[in-house]
Write a protein that binds this ligand. Structure first.
Ligand code: NDP
Length: 399
């Protein structure tokens, strides 16, 4: 059916590429392009021989001209950005120049400011509309499936949704005292930032990890979870009718928090460059270099994730509660694609988002967040490609 250019060859890209190869009628041809070509070649060597034709390329995704040259030579129908959030705008520029559709899993973040918001990418709306191409923003799990769950709840279960709590629980154990489950630099920037949520149309800011709750997660049990700022709050508050409050919680174990506090206290999580032996280095980037590579956690991680949304709203004038979630087992993911569940729960929706575009199911020109599209074909694909969802009409609510 079509051709996809996948940029990045890390944990998430690896899962997405495995999944494209499981869906060869849609992904007839893929090109894996990243900064380190040997990683692309290793993925190709692992997956070659199936129906999907695979090629590889070296690209620096910070360089728009290099991206344009690559897109012009491969001629993809969609570019799937699974590099880092820093590359979102350069890749969108190259897609505009070549009139190619675009998908990502994380919103733009400038390298020198730990701040993420949609304004930079939403500024491309008119240009994408005029070019007749689609940008699908945030097609991972959170953001991603959480937005699809919200659109599905709105379409099938509610007349209006007033409260959404997004709960992200990773009860996996990798056996290391401290490691992050996806890119350490992006992960630590996210969790060391101030928390925030939206209430009555306004952002309310909290200190990092200030708000803690204990939740009894289905199939996992009780875990401590903390309120974080998260990008999908911004788009869901605009796109879902009737929202009064929307919050995001993520679970952390005590060992992770103690290590993080210590690293913060000694300055290792800073993104301000310092001089070291005559060279400028960024402490957080140095820390990334000494931490375990998230892609290496697969064989050692046991346990499950549970990520989902609790909705409170109204149906036919009555208050209604609804919980949609997915439970994913780290070892099952490893058996299937050689990765742990965090990469898996992001890489599968990235493939599905690209498939929605390649099959023409989602093709409104412009720049769109995932909840703006019809959720039904995406929900069906989640069940088919390894992330089946479950629902409850009587969930425990978060205080
Ligand atoms: P990794 O660090 O494992 O992989 C990133 C890949 O991008 C690497 O292959 C890296 O190359 C490549 N890359 C980085 N910079 C460039 C560049 N300038 N040019 C070309 N390639 C580049 O990250 P993950 O796979 O863990 O995460 C990928 C994305 O997924 C991130 O944006 C992350 O924020 C997002 N994510 C989204 C989630 C969601 O639910 N929505 C959850 C988890 C992650 P090299 O090998 O040379 O370093």
């Amino acid at each position: 059916m079509g051709k996809a250019l996948i940029i990045g060859a890390g944990g998430v890209a690896s899962v997405c590429i495995h999944k494209c190869c499981q869906n060869p009628d849609v992904f007839e041809e893929i090109c894996i392009a990243s900064r380190t070509k040997s990683k692309c070649d290793a993925l190709k060597a692992k997956l070659d021989g199936g129906k999907t034709k695979i090629s590889t390329a070296q690209v620096n995704a910070d360089n728009v001209d290099e991206l344009i040259a690559l897109i012009n030579s491969f001629k993809p129908d969609v570019v799937v950005n699974l590099a880092l959030p820093y590359q979102d705008l350069t890749i969108m520029d190259a897609c505009l120049a070549t009139k190619t559709n675009y998908v990502d899993t994380a919103n733009y973040e400038p390298l020198d400011t730990a701040k993420f918001e949609y304004s930079w990418q939403w500024a491309y709306r008119e240009r994408f509309e005029e070019a007749g191409i689609t940008a699908l923003l945030g097609s991972g799990f959170d953001p991603g499936v959480t937005g699809v769950f919200s659109a599905y709840a709105m379409k099938h279960e509610f007349d209006e949704i007033n409260y959404i709590d997004i709960l992200d629980c990773n009860a996996g154990d990798h056996g290391y005292p401290f490691a992050t489950n996806f890119n350490p630099e992006i992960n630590i920037r996210e969790v060391s930032a101030k928390g925030s949520y939206i209430e009555d149309g306004k952002w309310v800011e909290t200190e990092p990890m200030e708000i803690k709750r204990v939740y009894n997660f289905p199939e996992i049990g009780e875990k401590d979870m903390y309120l974080l700022h998260h990008e999908e709050l911004e788009s869901l508050a605009l796109n879902i009718k009737g929202i009064k409050r929307i919050r995001f919680f993520m679970t952390f174990g005590q060992s992770y928090l103690t290590h993080l506090k210590c690293l913060e206290n000694v300055g290792m999580t800073s993104i301000e460059p310092i001089e070291f032996e005559g060279k400028q280095i960024v402490p957080l980037q140095f820390l990334k270099a000494v931490l375990p590579d998230p892609a290496s956690l697969g064989p050692r991680t046991v346990g499950k994730t549970n990520i989902g949304c609790i909705f409170i709203g109204k149906k036919d004038g009555k208050e209604k509660h609804y919980y949609l979630y997915n439970v994913c087992d780290h070892q099952e993911c490893y058996k299937e694609v050689g990765s742990q569940a965090i990469s898996y729960t992001t890489g599968v929706p990235a493939m599905i988002g690209a498939a929605m575009i390649l099959t023409g199911k989602w093709n409104t020109p412009g720049v769109h967040n995932i909840e703006e599209f019809d959720p039904d074909p995406f929900m069906d694909a989640l069940n088919k490609f390894g992330l089946p969802w479950k629902e409850s009409y009587d969930p425990e609510l978060v205080e």
